[in-house]
Design a binder for this molecule. Structure first.
Ligand SMILES: NC(=O)c1ccc[n+]([C@@H]2O[C@H](COP(=O)([O-])OP(=O)(O)OC[C@H]3O[C@@H](n4cnc5c(N)ncnc54)[C@H](O)[C@@H]3O)[C@@H](O)[C@H]2O)c1
Length: 255
């Protein structure tokens, strides 16, 4: 992706940046000139790789669980104390659970909702006062096509992503007065570690591509195709966009 310094001077947080979409967003923000605080709960090696992949800006890494309030509060405090402000947060950390609704354990349900939905809530809750101090801010949540459409074996995931959509709309309405924008990106099928097991179970990427063409006409997406939309939402080019969802799904929900 070409960079145009569109985030020069900005301070951004990206959660769940050790792999996949979060990694691509952290790198894209840095390449656009931002100082990026990138987090993961466990995969520190992955986060260090992300850090080494930026060609401009800077990426600073922190171990923090997006589902734990004191960790999330700590990331915002770190950004403000190190860099003096917070401009952007991308609440990206997420997990998926596969099971029929009646077979989902209470533990799996709680973990999915805690990371995917409560994580976006906590990220917003602690970022908003920092953005108010800053005089403006941008919240970008990562939803899913499952913010809009259900899917077999994904009840917990779909419930969490539907919640992220509504959380985003409420944040946009409540904090427009503070010059804070909130939007949600809703990806379709993207080739990331989250899907590795499915791809193997379905017979490899070629087999998945054939199967996907019938549901996602443009085929498998790449994390960078989500990151470019995140950059757009983070920068001035989208200054009148708030409370909206952008489906980046290769046509999946068009049919
Ligand atoms: N890959 C897809 O097809 C797809 C489609 C729609 C939405 N999404 C969403 O995109 C986001 C990123 O997913 P991905 O596909 O890149 O998957 P991924 O598994 O590659 O990345 C998930 C990231 O979240 C981190 N993470 C997990 N639990 C965490 C926690 N408790 N605290 C902090 N970090 C945590 C992981 O370390 C990892 O860096 C998720 O919210 C996911 O639901 C993905």
């Amino acid at each position: 992706m070409k960079s145009f310094n569109r985030l020069e001077g900005k301070v951004a947080i990206v959660t769940g940046a050790a792999t996949g979409i979060g990694r691509a967003i952290a790198i894209a923000f840095a390449n656009e000139g931002a100082k990026v605080v990138a987090t993961t709960n466990r995969n520190i090696e992955g986060l260090k790789e992300t850090q080494s992949m930026a060609s401009a800006g800077s990426i600073h890494i922190i171990q923090a669980d997006s589902a734990v309030a004191r960790d999330v509060d700590g990331i915002i405090k770190y950004a403000e104390s190190e860099f003096g402000k917070l401009d952007i947060i991308c609440n990206n950390a997420g997990i998926v659970t596969d099971a029929l609704l009646a077979d989902i354990s209470e533990e799996d349900w709680d973990r999915t909702i805690d990371i995917n939905l409560k994580g976006a809530f906590l990220g917003s809750k602690y970022a908003i006062p920092a953005m108010q101090r800053n005089g403006s801010g941008v919240i970008i949540n990562i939803g899913s096509v499952n913010s809009f459409v259900g899917e077999d074996l994904h009840a917990a995931y779909c419930a969490s992503k539907g919640g992220v959509l509504m959380l985003t709309r409420c944040a946009a309405l409540e904090y427009a007065k503070d010059n804070i924008r909130a939007n949600v990106i809703c990806p379709g099928w993207i080739d990331t570690p989250m899907n590795t097991e499915y791809i193997e179970n379905l017979g490899g990427l070629d087999a998945v591509e054939k199967m996907l063409k019938s549901v996602q006409p443009l085929g498998t997406g790449k994390p960078e195709q989500i990151a470019s939309v995140a950059v757009f939402l983070a920068c001035e080019e989208s200054s009148l966009i708030t409370g909206t969802s952008i489906l980046v799904d290769g046509g999946l929900t068009a049919q």
